[in-house]
Design a binder for this molecule. Structure first.
Ligand code: SF4
Ligand code: SF4
Length: 297
């Protein structure tokens, strides 16, 4: 975690601590005020009622002052905290519930097809459709920067509490690889915040000579992921970390042809042989030559 994130967390915890203290003070002095003639206690204050006798020596004026003081301090803290929250990592307080609501509830390991690729395949099967009105070439495959990130992934990034449970169970991280799923989500959020205002102001043409892939997240991190989904399984707010990793890998493969050498061999085999192995389709049943096996011909 960066020092700014720690400072952010400490600030929020300090606010929460002060809110609780002033709430307690507010209730204690309210209980004391209502013990004077002409007042009646409304509601139940089990903890404050136990603590109130410790301040019973104060005169009525002091009790009134501290009641007012805690009330105003508490309400001012709420206003300040509510305004700071949207600019801090604690924005997840607002985003976690809607994020859980839109989260993936199917099998975590199921990889969704890319619509743009499905369309390309359909066009290959029916060349006439390539000239139809709907046959627009996709502008880009995968994700390389803020403008490519879909709203679900962005919502995921805003909901991250930075608890680190995902990184703690990540086999790549545990075995010393560069990958940390928590960092991936924090990087997505940081990049969206950095580039978002420029995109809103100048549109898609805005360029700050940085990019999510490269300036924030490296190829080494992306290819270290085993797609085991342990991180998504552990996340308390149902964030799907492998989804954004997969989208950036798709960009590397489909736009940059920058897959690792081992994968490139598998891709070539799939293209030539219809399978990831280096054998032609005709030779697949050779192993059964001398066996009594029905080869289907
Ligand atoms: S899916 Fe990738 S990032 Fe998540 S735990 Fe597995 S290896 Fe780590
Ligand atoms: S487990 Fe979820 S909330 Fe916690 S750091 Fe990882 S992505 Fe963020």
């Amino acid at each position: 975690m960066k020092p700014i994130s720690k400072a952010d967390a400490n600030l929020a915890l300090s606010f929460i601590f002060l809110l609780m203290i002033t709430l307690l003070g507010l209730n204690i002095f309210y209980v004391l005020e209502t013990q004077t003639p002409g007042h009646a206690l409304a509601g139940a204050y089990p903890i404050s009622e136990q603590l109130a006798p410790f301040f019973a020596g104060m005169d009525q004026q002091q009790v009134h002052f501290w009641h007012e003081f805690n009330w105003w301090f508490h309400i001012l803290l709420i206003f300040v905290f509510a305004n700071i929250l949207p600019y801090s990592k604690h924005f997840h307080v607002f985003m976690s519930v809607p994020n859980v609501f839109v989260s993936k509830i199917g099998p975590l390991g199921k990889v969704d097809n890319m619509e743009s690729i499905t369309m390309e395949v359909k066009l290959m099967m029916d060349p006439n459709a390539a000239f139809s009105e709907n046959a627009e070439a996709p502008p880009k495959f995968g994700v390389s920067d803020a403008e490519d990130v879909n709203w679900v992934n962005y919502m995921n990034a805003l909901s991250c509490t930075e608890c680190g449970r995902c990184t703690a169970v990540c086999p790549a991280n545990i075995t010393g690889k560069l990958l940390s799923p928590r960092k991936i989500m924090m990087d997505v959020r940081a990049r969206m915040k950095e580039k978002g205002p420029g995109l809103m102001k100048e549109g898609a043409a805005f360029n700050d000579n940085k990019s999510l892939l490269g300036s924030y997240i490296t190829e080494e991190e992306l290819w270290a992921c085993t797609m085991c989904n342990a991180c998504a399984q552990e996340c308390p707010v149902n964030i799907n970390q492998p989804a954004i990793i997969l989208d950036m890998r798709r960009y590397l493969v489909l736009e940059k042809s920058a897959a690792p050498a081992g994968l490139n061999t598998a891709f070539t085999n799939i293209e030539n042989n219809g399978a990831p192995w280096q054998f032609s389709q005709q030779d697949r049943m050779n192993w059964a030559e001398d066996l009594f096996v029905n080869k289907g011909d």
